[in-house]
Design a protein around this ligand. Structure first.
Ligand SMILES: NC(=O)C1=CN([C@@H]2O[C@H](COP(=O)(O)OP(=O)(O)OC[C@H]3O[C@@H](n4cnc5c(N)ncnc54)[C@H](O)[C@@H]3O)[C@@H](O)[C@H]2O)C=CC1
Ligand SMILES: O=C(O)C(=O)Cc1ccc(O)cc1
Length: 324
């Protein structure tokens, strides 16, 4: 479906906002791109990178006349932003976002969305550990999933338009309900980040001599953790503050499984360890053969070819009732 918006407004212009700006311009998806952010230094950086057509510190000015508005700030800033821009949103416009959590976004943004504006929360499952306007690149979304969580009463034509926008930037799009999204992302993204922050923190707390040995001899496993643990502290603080229940639920399961492994190590249960590792090796191989590999190596390297289209992992159609 060919899609073109009159005015695309991006509120927040870091890694994700700048990648959208570059991809949307490359694909001709908007006549005008308006960029708004909180700090003048960031706005000037965006201007120097030529990311858009209009630059303003006033989010109201950015969204006025826009038929697509995408919130690209850390999730904790959403409530303040929506309260500021709600009165300036045009009837018929689509309001979306890119936040890594979705139920919280529905809760804090939803009540402020005016009649006649279609609110379609979104989450591109694509990113890197880098942040800021200069971190973006137009291929970021190519071959990656983008999840949309529209409420049932949002007009289908508006959802189709936003699906067309993400597909034109190279994404595969899946719709699901917000709570289900949060449960799936808790285990596939949020807990892996928590583990990375934790293991790197554990090393940092080791006595100095051991720590320098760890760094000297760090094999790629630990290096991959350090990459993830370098992710933006404010963004990830907001993820854990706003997806608390799903993270705690999945963390409970994770810790149970970890104590099974701990027991197998303590008791020297070789068959149990080997069976577990064989199972996880098979999972990794099936992910690769489905073209869904998003390992460290291909994040943040815009010049590499994106992975081939793949079937979604653990996702299901919009409208189901069970979030487990
Ligand atoms: N970093 C990643 O890999 C991914 C991030 N996301 C989501 O995308 C969103 C943005 O993340 P990034 O682009 O990585 O962050 P970033 O830190 O690179 O950029 C955030 C931008 O928002 C601006 N900002 C902060 N508070 C603001 C406010 N009150 N008003 C206006 N602008 C404000 C900042 O100045 C910055 O320009 C987050 O909600 C995150 O959960 C989604 C997928 C991947
Ligand atoms: O850099 C990585 O490994 C990521 O996992 C990127 C990422 C971060 C947050 C998201 O909501 C989606 C993707």
């Amino acid at each position: 479906m060919s899609v073109k918006f009159r005015k695309l407004a991006l509120i927040g212009i870091g890694l994700i906002g700048s990648s959208i700006a570059l991809a949307a311009r490359r694909q001709g998806l908007a006549e005008v791109i308006a960029i708004s952010t909180r700090k003048s230094e960031t706005l000037e950086e965006a201007r120097a990178l030529n990311l858009g057509d209009i630059y303003t510190l006033d989010a109201v000015e950015a969204v006025r006349g826009a038929d697509l508005v995408i919130l690209c700030t850390p999730v904790g800033a959403y409530e303040g932003v929506i309260k500021t821009i709600a009165g300036a949103l045009e009837p018929g416009a689509i309001l979306s976002d890119v936040g890594s959590v979705k139920a919280h976004v529905v809760k804090v943004v939803g009540p402020h969305v005016p009649e006649g504006v279609s609110f379609i929360p979104g989450h591109p499952i694509a990113g890197t550990e880098h942040s800021g306007p200069s971190a973006g690149f137009p291929e970021l979304f190519a071959g990656r999933w983008c999840v949309l969580t529209p409420a049932a009463d949002v007009p289908a034509a508006q959802v189709d338009k936003l699906v067309g926008f993400w597909e034109a930037m190279g994404s595969h799009v899946e719709c699901m309900d917000a709570a289900h999204h949060d449960m799936v992302l808790a285990i596939t993204s949020h807990i892996p980040h928590l583990i990375a922050y934790n293991i790197v923190g554990t090393v940092a707390d080791l006595e100095t001599a051991t720590q320098s040995e760890v760094i000297k001899f760090s094999a790629s496993g630990f290096r991959d953790f350090t990459r993830i643990a370098a992710s933006d502290p404010v963004m990830w603080r907001d993820v854990f503050l706003t997806n608390k229940e799903a993270v705690l639920e999945m963390l409970g399961r994770f810790l149970e499984d970890l104590s099974v492994l701990q027991r197998a190590v303590r008791t020297g249960d070789g068959p149990a360890l080997e069976a577990m590792f064989a199972r996880t090796r098979a999972i990794r191989r099936s992910i690769i053969s489905a073209g869904q590999e998003t390992a460290a190596a291909d994040f943040g390297r815009p010049h590499e070819a994106p992975p081939a289209p793949a079937a979604p992992l653990f996702v299901r159609e919009h409208g189901g009732g069970d979030d487990a």
